[in-house]
Design a protein around this ligand. Structure first.
Ligand SMILES: [Zn+2]
Length: 452
């Protein structure tokens, strides 16, 4: 058992409480009370954590990423490129990906996510170069679980190479048959629909300009057959809108509708360039959007209409996106950037700190189809973070410590991260891996991939 004692401020997702104790038993939250006496618990095996200087809240949920891109941060040649040029350059590096690169980049991404307050993450791995093992998702799952995060990998894919009018080179795409077969294998092997699951699979063909319409339709059928979620990039750039109009005679969302890709089991990354009618359609069909503000600013893709989506009642979560376009996996930083972006573009009433916190917790849980994470309630998963309010960056923020999560600080490391009742970060350091080794291996592999 873990007893979080004398919590300075506990944000459950439903209310803000002072001075409470919170008891964790196994992977679940057992009790929240004014005072819990460890001497009266059924076991002596209780770790007591003094939380008198800690703000305790639900762990954040990251709903879009590409872990392997942590090895392509800050590539000078594409620091100033828009999405399509950026992709065409990076495909040449990504065709060198192998199991070792996937394993260590997953540890980097999940390590930074955990240290910045994330407890559940998804990933979209869509590059499977010809001639490699093809077990990339298996490797990711092994690494993410070793690090300790709750993990929803999406089996990404690209089936439309350059010779068929797509953007990626032909040797990093797979046939529809290969993709669907591997997707089914992964669902059967890893997908756990039970409450408290540490691993769930979703299906994530990359984008309208790198997969065929047939694959989108077949992937929808497979997802429905197994009851798994669907995810892709959509309406990220004007280039994508132009591509869809040219290729299909319609806008991206209309294409997805034709493929059966609207509904409460679908969430799209980005969703920047939607019309009023399209926003209403998202709302009416309960289709979700993962907002990636840092990536959208970094690539100059545009500003998603998030305040309008929230007031309409569209389901919205938050995502850091891949580290080649962020160039971080900094979850707390993403909250801050989200807030600032919409204040800049929409004025001081555009968005509140609480709305941003909700997007990163209950919003993300909704996108991933989970009601057992995102809030701190008895019986729910013990996915909990602690933020030290005694550090200098929060001095003077006594008026609203919860607001300080979004508003204060440039160093975003949390004091602890607990996932499924186990410490993943303690005293600001990763518990289950050697951080120095992860950094050294990542740097070595990043250089190898680039010079291969
Ligand atoms: Zn992405």
């Amino acid at each position: 058992m873990i007893l979080l004692r004398g919590i300075r401020l506990l944000y459950t997702g439903l209310e803000e409480l002072s001075g409470k104790d919170l008891l964790i038993d196994g992977g679940r939250i057992e009790q929240i009370a004014d005072s819990i006496d460890p001497g009266k618990l059924p076991t002596r095996d209780v770790e007591i954590v003094d939380c008198s200087n800690l703000l305790v809240l639900p762990g954040f949920i990251n709903t879009h990423h590409h872990f392997y891109q942590t090895l392509q941060r800050c590539i000078p040649e594409v620091q100033d490129s828009p999405l399509f040029d950026w992709l065409v350059f990076l495909y040449e590096i990504w065709r060198n990906l192998d199991d070792e690169a996937i394993y260590w980049s997953t540890l980097v991404a999940c390590g930074e996510l955990a240290k910045t307050g994330c407890t559940t993450t998804t990933d979209n791995l869509y590059v499977f170069p010809r001639g490699v093992s093809g077990d990339f998702i298996d490797v990711e799952i092994e690494a993410a679980l070793k690090l300790g995060l709750r993990f929803h990998p999406t089996r990404g894919s690209m089936s439309r190479g350059r010779s068929k009018g797509g953007l990626p080179p032909d040797d990093v795409v797979q046939s529809g048959g290969e993709i669907l077969k591997d997707s089914e294998r992964l669902i059967q092997r890893y997908h756990n629909p039970e409450p408290g699951a540490m691993t769930r699979i979703a299906l994530g063909p990359c984008s309208p300009f790198s997969v065929s319409k047939e694959l989108l339709i077949e992937t929808r059928k497979l997802a429905s057959a197994y009851g798994v979620l669907l995810h892709t990039h959509l309406a990220e750039t004007q280039d994508e809108i132009a591509y869809c109009k040219d290729k299909y005679g319609k806008r991206p969302l209309a294409l997805m509708e034709e493929c059966g890709w609207l509904g409460d089991d679908v969430w799209f990354a980005h969703g920047i360039h939607f019309s009023d009618e399209e926003l209403q359609k998202l709302k009416d069909t309960h289709t979700g959007i993962c907002h990636c503000p840092t990536s959208n600013m970094r690539l100059g893709s545009g500003c998603a209409r998030i305040p309008e989506m929230l007031s309409l009642g569209v389901r919205v979560g938050l995502g850091v996106d891949g580290s080649a376009s962020n160039d971080s996996s900094d979850m707390l930083g993403e909250l801050r950037n989200c807030f600032l972006l919409h204040r800049l573009s929409g004025g001081s009433a555009a968005i509140t700190t609480r709305q941003v916190l909700e997007m990163a917790t209950t919003g993300g849980a909704s996108l991933l189809g989970r009601d057992d994470v995102g809030t701190l309630e008895i019986g729910k998963c013990a996915d909990i973070i602690g933020i030290d309010v005694s550090e200098i960056s929060r001095a003077g923020a006594v008026h609203d410590y919860l607001g300080s999560v979004v508003l204060c600080g440039s160093c975003h490391n949390v004091a602890f991260t607990i996932v499924n009742g186990k410490f993943v970060v303690r005293n600001g350091r990763l518990v289950n891996v050697d951080e120095d080794e992860v950094v050294a291996r990542a740097n070595e592999i990043a250089l190898r991939l680039r010079t291969k």
